[in-house]
Design a protein around this ligand. Sequence first.
Ligand SMILES: [Fe+2]
Ligand SMILES: [Fe+2]
Length: 187
Amino acid sequence: MNLNEIQKKLRMCLSPSRYSHSLGVANEARRIAEICGQDSEKAYLAGLLHDCARERPAAELASFVPGFVDPVAFSIPGVLHAFACPEVMKREFGIYDYSILRAGFWHATACKNATEFDKIVFVADMSEKGRTFHGCSDIRKAIERSLDEAYRTALGNKISYLLLKKRFIYPASLEAWNTINEHNNHS
Ligand SMILES: [Fe+2]
Ligand SMILES: [Fe+2]
């Protein structure tokens, strides 16, 4: 499947606003990858497809999630669509590149052993030009400093939002946060 075909198919799977978000993440992931010296076309593809499972019914998502995933994820659509996404990428878009699959898997939660490529997609999801939430400009500024700084800012922003809304925080996000800030415990 070439890029044109992938885009066409994705457009049919998503609402216009989520398709436009996906294009935004693709462009932003490519831009960040260029800054970091990572494969920018691969980053574009990972960004494009990161939300390919986002609008599927929960029962369908559940059938795509690998068996090792913590059952708590099944009640959180914002997390479950990410854990289901590698299977949809493989089955429906013919993507088998491991770095793309795992960046898709961790794009909603982050994880403690994130690769540079995982970080690019996680950050791009929150910094693409269509994002307008309070704090996204901090993430964009942090990208200019370093990918790690941007990842930390983006993850901190996500966790703060969940705390503020009194929502569940997926353990992998807390592990990621604690790993990043391991030596930052002398406030
Ligand atoms: Fe997502
Ligand atoms: Fe997204």
